[in-house]
Design a binder for this molecule. Structure first.
Ligand code: EPZ
Length: 420
């Protein structure tokens, strides 16, 4: 088990390059199951979740190898159509193999993902989508057992936009016989990036980038090389960190269009932001203004940044609110922030933050990926030394985060520990 030791009070100051998007990689890697052959996914981030997906695909006979940031995938030989619980329990995105296995092989046995740190994470949208494409779905011993002679085109509508269900349904529909429509599809950039990869593979998809995808099934697809888009959540985390520490930062290798809402909110909070091409600069030399946010599906404020925003508002002079409309209870970071002296009250999925209180370093525990990012940011604000346990959560989604923070002037170090 690793932990971080952070001495608060330093300003984030400097320039860093943003890594490839975890959630794009996790959608592009299972797409390699759709066509046999060799793929190179450039700008793949070196993250725990990428290793987990590589191991899962490896258990099916797919060879994955990450060299620097080029991920080589060889899906020429598949000898298993199963995603075992040992992989799926570690990472919900393992469920994305369902669509491609059904589309290419007509069979799949995929463990249900179960819940996560912040409550239930159902997959009913995924299963209904597969049934709309003609698959037979049974639940046996915690596994989804799915089969189809050949998937048939169908009309899929999501009552709530779902990133994962859109990704799974899109992959399945590309090889189905006939036409499919996916309405109220998720608009997240990672979904659009995967659609673009599928089109490069030979899929016929109209409406890419919109919430209505028209897909004409084809008989086969071909392997491709693809570049992974920048990680907008990593970028947003560092922008928020710079704002919270009243410092300044330049982010390179980003797509500012993916962060329009976050940039607008940071400007509302008093940050000066300059966007040039693939670079975003931010500076602020006073406490942020209290600024309320409510999360929403893209292009709204991302739920994956609400914990980080909560940390930012601890430094604001006044009261603000953070409401999450995507998940039932994604506030596991709040009791840990309270240990640092934060004054936050959560009711009905809405956190009321009374900012401006003095924060003092303490030992806190990561509960999930984005909560741990929030704890790091709050420790920057706190006076003195903080220890953040269970850093493995962070390693799922932030590449070399301590070296990036150190390069920005943050007093942080990673320590091996027996503590759990
Ligand atoms: C993706 O998860 C991301 N993960 C999450 O990022 C992100 O928080 C989420 O989208 C929302 O943006 C990856 O891309 C790997 P959803 P996903 O399906 O696809 C409900 C991170 O930190 N729902 O868009 O699982 C669901 O409960 C991770 O990088 C159903 O009810 O999210 C939620 O309320 C955490 N039934 C809403 O839809 C379903 O079958 C949106 O979830 C599927 C989803």
């Amino acid at each position: 088990m690793d932990k971080f030791i952070i001495n608060g009070g330093s300003k984030i100051n400097g320039k860093i390059a943003i890594s490839g998007a975890k959630n794009a990689s996790l959608a592009m890697m299972p797409a390699c199951l759709l066509a046999p052959g060799c793929y190179t996914l450039h700008n793949t981030p070196n993250l725990r979740d990428v290793w987990t997906m590589s191991r899962l695909l490896g258990s099916m006979g797919v060879h994955c190898e990450l060299n620097d940031h080029d991920l080589f995938v060889d899906s020429s030989k598949i000898d298993s159509f199963e995603a075992p619980y040992e992989h799926v329990k570690k990472m919900r995105a393992s469920f994305y193999v369902l669509g491609p296995l059904l589309a290419r092989y007509g069979r799949a046995r995929v463990s249900l993902p179960g819940g996560c740190a912040w409550g239930p994470r159902p997959v009913d949208f995924h299963l209904k989508a597969m049934e709309k494409l003609g698959a037979e779905i049974n639940l046996e011993g915690g596994y989804v057992v799915a089969s189809a002679d050949r998937l048939q085109g169908g009309k899929i509508h999501f009552d709530v936009p779902s990133v994962g269900a859109t990704v799974n349904a899109m992959m399945a529909a590309t090889l189905a016989r006939g036409s499919s429509r996916i309405s109220n599809a998720a608009l997240e950039p990672e979904v659009t990036a995967q659609a673009r990869m599928l089109v490069k593979m030979g899929a016929q998809i109209d409406g890419v980038g919109t919430n209505c995808l028209e897909i004409e099934g084809v008989d086969s697809l071909s392997p491709v090389n693809e570049h992974t888009i920048p990680d907008r959540i990593e970028a947003g985390t560092f922008l928020i960190g710079a704002a919270l520490s009243q410092g300044q930062i330049v982010l390179e290798n980003v797509n500012p269009y993916h962060l329009a809402t976050v940039i607008a909110k940071l400007e509302d909070a008093g940050c000066e932001i300059d966007v040039r091409g693939e670079t975003i600069s931010l500076k602020i030399d006073e406490p942020p203004r209290p600024t309320d946010i409510t999360t929403a599906a893209y292009p709204g404020f991302p739920t994956d940044l609400q914990a980080q925003w909560t940390a930012l508002m601890l430094g604001a002079d006044g009261v603000s609110s953070v409401r999450d409309t995507i998940y039932l209870d994604r506030f596991k970071h709040v009791p840990e922030l309270t240990r640092l002296g934060a004054d936050i009250e959560v009711n009905d999925n809405n956190a009321i933050i009374r900012g401006g209180k003095k924060l003092s370093g303490a030992t806190v525990m990561s509960t999930d990926l984005r909560a741990s990012a929030s704890l790091i940011l709050a420790a920057l604000l706190a006076e003195g030394r903080s220890e953040i346990l269970r850093i493995y959560h962070l390693d799922r989604g932030y590449e070399h985060i301590e070296s990036k923070l150190q390069a920005l002037g943050v007093d942080v170090r990673r320590v091996k520990t027996e503590e759990f």
